[in-house]
Design a protein around this ligand. Structure first.
Ligand SMILES: Nc1ncnc2c1ncn2[C@@H]1O[C@H](COP(=O)(O)OP(=O)(O)OP(=O)(O)O)[C@@H](O)[C@H]1O
Ligand SMILES: [Mg+2]
Length: 516
């Protein structure tokens, strides 16, 4: 939904676009307008040639063509042009993909910019991308800006139609697509930007991005598992955003948030008079999610009677409103999440086995934060910026010793706990650097317990401490595989097994993989 002032801005942008002698000139004027109204500091218009797989800059505002290294299929604009779907990057500085398309990424580090890139489509075909960098004041949501830019892109497309790209006519030759050039090496990083809200580049998170990509391409039901605060909801959103349902609704319902009867009426809707208080017909969330995605949160808490009805939705894609006789179709992708151990719930008889197997088609398991500590610094930086902006503080960084403490802490509440800790620290911090005293007590005390000052250690103790840390890291890196960890450390498996016992690190060794 656009606000009145945004609609006014849009009308002006449309006017300016057509006022210049050339498209580039009109673009500059229009984008200046957008800058004045909405802080759209820099913009670039990319033109793509699908057949040649090339990407060039047609026009720019607040920046120039030399500032970019446009490549078809790579970088944010390159991906948008290739896939034809928008990408939102909340923090350009933290996104390798956003930085990879810039000629001088360091030059862009001074400002905190967010980036929204939308496809420019002509007759249903993607002809390019419009990338707009906003100063991040977080006064307007990304969704509104995205809507607005999509309209601007359609204006631009109209302007471009007069001069179609040379190869436009060749594009229909289906089945005879030319050999694609080799892709560049940026792909390992891809997850970090397409799932732009998810921070982390650890092996475990890269695996998660991979899985999001796989399931997003299908309409399969997905089940997201993981401890509280690991980001299950963000993953559900990422699946939706990366699927071809992205323009349709993403609707959420929480299995633990309603009493039984109310949950069913929320999920399925009800007819007038279905029960006392049902004064009019009401659409259920299943209905509201038609064509899109329904996120069933805390699925482990659903009562058995509701589970039966849900099973029917999964099996036959149909349902009835409470008190209704009409059978409705549900064209909805289901994404479910829980922090419960579902196998235990099935064994205990509180969760139907048949429903469990229906949900368990594609499982994504989110690792607890303590198993991917390498992601802590990036998360800290991300939340630091987010909350410095929100609370209008000038907190720039975390003192290195303090970052060490954060990396060592166990994070039982996972990313949510870290997010809260960083927000508190930002609020408590008077200067520009977060110190240990700004952290919550629980975190500080854990840190104290494990951090004996190094100079008081004997040589043997210091060696042991280092050894233990190296083994911990190697086991995490090898995802608990003892043989691989031993190889990485240049030790034998037998010695490593002995050390793992000695330092009580057995929990880091891989357990049997969960069901998939
Ligand atoms: N990888 C991540 N990058 C950035 N933010 C994250 C990440 N993972 C989690 N968060 C943030 O941490 C908080 C908790 O995430 P989320 O609500 O998705 O967790 P959850 O797994 O659904 O937890 P619960 O089981 O308690 O509902 C949110 O504010 C979310 O934005
Ligand atoms: Mg949740």
């Amino acid at each position: 939904m656009l606000l009145p002032e945004q609609l006014a801005a849009l009308a002006d942008v449309g006017h300016e676009l057509t006022s210049g002698a050339t498209l580039a000139e009109g673009f500059q004027r229009a984008m200046r307008m957008l800058d004045e109204r909405l802080g759209a500091r820099r913009s670039a218009l990319f033109i793509a040639d699908e057949t040649q797989r090339t990407l060039t800059i047609e026009a720019a505002y607040g920046t120039s063509a030399h500032d970019f290294r446009p490549r078809y299929g790579l970088g944010v604009a390159g991906r948008v042009a290739e896939v034809g779907r928008p990408i939102v990057v909340p923090g350009v500085r933290q996104e390798p993909m956003a930085l990879s398309e810039l000629a001088d990424p360091a030059g862009w580090h001074k400002e905190h910019l967010s980036l929204i890139s939308v496809p420019v489509s002509i007759r249903g075909r993607c002809a390019g991308a419009l990338s707009v960098y906003f100063v991040s004041d977080r006064t307007a949501g990304f969704a509104t800006r995205l809507n607005l830019l999509q309209v601007v892109a359609s204006f631009i497309a109209q302007g471009l139609r007069g001069a179609p790209p040379a190869a436009a006519e060749d594009m229909d030759t289906e089945g005879t697509s030319p050999a694609l050039p080799e892709r560049g090496g940026d792909f390992s990083e891809r997850g970090a930007f397409e799932y732009a809200n998810l921070i982390g580049t650890s092996a475990a998170m890269r695996q998660v991005y991979e899985e999001i990509g796989q399931v997003a391409r299908t309409t399969a039901t997905a089940l997201i598992l993981g401890e509280s605060g690991t980001g299950k909801e963000l993953v559900a959103q990422a699946i939706h955003a990366n699927s071809d349902r992205t323009r349709k609704p993403f609707v959420k319902i929480n299995g633990a948030a309603f009493p039984e009867a109310l949950f069913e009426s929320e999920l399925f809707g009800h007819e007038r008079g279905a029960f006392t208080g049902a004064v009019s017909r009401k659409k259920g969330r299943l209905d509201l999610a038609q064509g899109g995605t329904l996120f069933l949160d805390e699925i482990g808490d659903l009562p058995l009677s509701t589970q039966v009805k849900l099973l029917r939705v999964l099996q036959f894609r149909e349902f009835e409103r409470l008190g209704g006789t009409e059978t409705l179709r549900a064209d909805v992708r289901l994404v479910a999440a829980t922090n419960k151990n579902m196998e235990q719930a099935v064994a205990a008889g509180t969760f139907r086995e048949d429903l469990y197997y229906r949900l368990n088609v594609f499982t994504i398991t989110l690792p607890p934060l303590r198993d991917r500590r390498t992601d802590v610094p990036a998360l800290v930086e991300y939340f630091l910026e987010k909350y410095s902006g929100e609370h209008r503080r000038k907190v720039r960084r975390v003192a290195s010793g303090t970052l060490d403490v954060l990396c060592r802490y166990g994070w039982p509440g996972n990313v949510r706990e870290l997010e809260n800790a960083v927000e508190r620290a930002v609020v408590a911090c008077e200067g520009s650097v977060v110190e240990e005293r700004h952290l919550p007590k629980t975190i500080r005390s854990v840190a104290l317990a494990s951090a004996t000052p190094d100079r008081k250690l004997s040589l043997a103790e210091a060696v042991e401490q280092l050894e233990r840390r190296m083994i911990e890291d190697a086991l995490r890196e090898s995802e608990g595989n003892l043989a691989r960890a031993a190889r990485a450390l240049g030790a034998t498996e037998r010695i490593l097994r002995y050390k793992v016992d000695k330092y009580k690190l057995a929990s880091l060794r891989s357990r049997a993989p969960g069901p998939r």
